[in-house]
Design a protein around this ligand. Structure first.
Ligand code: OTD
Ligand code: ZN
Ligand code: ZN
Length: 346
């Protein structure tokens, strides 16, 4: 039995491409299927200014193999010293699409993030004025807050106050992992959207910890209980336009993950679209996949949809994906859902 589905070419609204040898290795994995991606700025040092974003964009385009098309949507990393005028100029020129707020220390390479949210108020006010979206990593970093509660506490203590203090600010809650995140988006208006990763639709915290620790399932925000995964599945497959795909595909070389202190990040660029077809079919929602992957994101970001299409085909035999992508820095393990997948991009 062959079944196929053609959708508008998708976009990835949250992606880590890194730099140098890793960029070269992982960029084709995304550009093969996706028209555009929101490019996370958590390099070392981070992409803070318009000039740094322009230089990073040039390096991305230089790493794109001949014959592939891809449009990187650049993002500035918000620091307490960010200049509202630089942000506004980079946005007006079309160079930069959004600004990313990391609470200091919340995730990989977030040490230069925000500690005192009052210090970034002028930037947020400027962004509200010009309609520029704010992407945020929604976890508090307080040591006394349990890691599984950090998203819910962030919503109450940080996000809701920021949104109330900055009317008109358009916010994307990146990679939501909880029912609390889903409910908060649903309870608000069209100025609030959320991305959902492929892996958080597939794994819960048991997958990381039961039967031996699985470093390739460890990412931040960490996967939560099953009830939260189910809430994410319901949101992603519901057709609600405020939820859209951001893979958070985050490559690390295997030795950095398979370690006594392993890095956070799941690398899903290679098989995301096939996995999503599996997930949406399982939930009887294949007709909602195009909205989630190709339409809701551009609508939120007020950008046109991509022109091309992508065709997904279901075959009888399970599909084999590469186990690893090879970079000159070392191998990167491709996310394994732990079950056979029959969908492939054709
Ligand atoms: N989460 N890993 C990384 C970033 C994300 O919070 C994120 O956006 C990374 O490696 O850059 C991860 O687990
Ligand atoms: Zn994040
Ligand atoms: Zn990320």
């Amino acid at each position: 039995m062959t079944k196929s589905l053609t959708i508008t070419r998708p976009d990835d609204w949250h992606l880590h491409l890194r730099d140098g040898a890793m960029l070269k290795a992982v960029l084709p994995e995304t550009a093969r299927h996706f028209g555009r991606a929101i490019i996370m700025p958590n390099l070392v040092p981070p992409v803070v200014t318009g000039a740094q974003a322009a230089a990073y964009k040039d390096r991305i385009m230089a790493a794109l193999p001949a014959g592939m098309s891809f449009d990187p949507l650049m993002v500035l990393y918000l620091t307490e010293d960010t200049d509202p005028a630089d942000v506004a100029a980079a946005h007006a020129s079309g160079l930069v699409t959004s600004v990313k707020l990391y609470p200091a220390g919340a995730t990989t390479n977030s040490a230069s993030g925000v500690q005192d949210f009052d210090k970034v108020r002028p930037v947020l006010e400027k962004m509200a004025e010009i309609g520029m979206p704010l992407c945020l990593h929604g976890e508090v970093t307080d040591h006394e807050i349990d890691i599984f509660d950090r998203e819910a506490v962030f919503i109450d203590r940080i996000l809701d106050p920021i949104r109330k203090a900055t009317p008109g600010l358009r916010v994307v809650m990146e990679h939501i992992t909880t029912k609390d995140g889903v409910d908060y988006v649903k309870a608000n208006d069209a100025d609030l959207g959320a991305t959902i990763t492929t892996h958080h639709l597939i794994i819960n915290r048991n997958h990381i910890l039961v039967g031996g620790i699985k470093p390739h399932y460890y990412c931040l925000p960490v996967a939560k209980r099953e009830e939260h995964r189910l809430a994410l599945r319901e949101a992603a497959t519901s057709g609600d336009a405020r939820f859209f795909l951001g893979t958070d595909s985050a490559p690390h070389v295997d030795p950095a993950k398979e370690s006594g202190c392993g890095c956070a990040g799941c690398f899903t660029a290679t098989n995301t679209m096939a996995l999503l077809a599996h997930v949406f079919e399982e939930d009887d929602a294949l007709d909602k996949l195009e909205g989630f992957a190709s339409k809701n994101g551009p609508a939120f970001y007020r950008l046109p949809e991509n022109k091309g299409t992508l065709t997904l085909t279901k075959q009888d035999a399970p599909v084999t994906f590469p186990d690893k992508i090879h970079s000159d820095d070392g191998p990167v393990t491709v996310f394994d859902p732990g079950y056979p997948v029959h969908w492939t991009v054709t």
